[in-house]
Design a protein around this ligand. Sequence first.
Ligand SMILES: [Zn+2]
Length: 310
Amino acid sequence: MVTALITHADGLSHLTPTGHAEQVARLTAINDALADNQFADLSRLDAAVGTKAQVSLAHPARYYDKIAASVPNAGTVALDPDTYMSPGSLNAALRGVGGICQAVDLVVSGEAKNAFLAMRPPGHHAEKETAMGFCLFGTAAIGAKYALDHHDISRVAIVDFDVHHGNGTQDLVWDDDRIFFASTHQMPLYPGTGYAHETGAHGNVMNIPLNEGAAGDALINALNNQILPALTAHKPDLLIISAGFDAHKADPLAGLNFETETFAQATKLLCDFANEACDGRVVSTLEGGYDLHALARSVAAHVATLMEYS
Ligand SMILES: [Zn+2]
């Protein structure tokens, strides 16, 4: 089988002000890294445009309307001090939504063993009715709910190793006992949530705060000792990864010390788990990562590991 790479040039049309960390060059750097011959066997697909119905799997329909009405005619508009929209932003975000649903279809049908969605803006900070943290729509949670609604899937797990807490994903899945959400993140750090005592309405949320300066073994230990045992108990039919690479030691927005290799090791543990639990079904979606060189190398390590399992 194959690893699918789903992306779209519309991801380059979501513009943020000069100097903003979540910039077009992130996707360009990833595209350049994945153009290497090492990735020739990827099945490359254009992300479809997502629909209001897909967004509404996780957000109220009126929230979609609010975001659609916020698109500026020119320049950029700030939804909050961090989160901007340009004329191309709605379409870019909708390609992320369509892309995650496409990735779920491919992996659940067995057309692809696993898939990586390389789109921006990211998604894991978007709450039910609040765009924040560079994010407009909760891509990972939408993918999970789409899988549950459209396929013979009873349970989904989402693992988020972005350096920031996935508060949006947590908000979108809090009441849904079909979805288990686990997040590792630096604390204290934006957005300020993600305490270990935040466990979801059904015990379906696991937060593992990491201290500033923690190295990659903190993530590997969290996976081995806490997250993977909890995932084993949840028995997911599909694993979704919120793949943020801003816990890398070179990242300018945070203070963890992961190596590039940490992301390969974590991916390997998650794919080994998925092989045991759910026929290796893994859908991974890009979240953060703001040092362009570290981001490109970390994505390459992540995708190369996904390919080892396909
Ligand atoms: Zn982040």
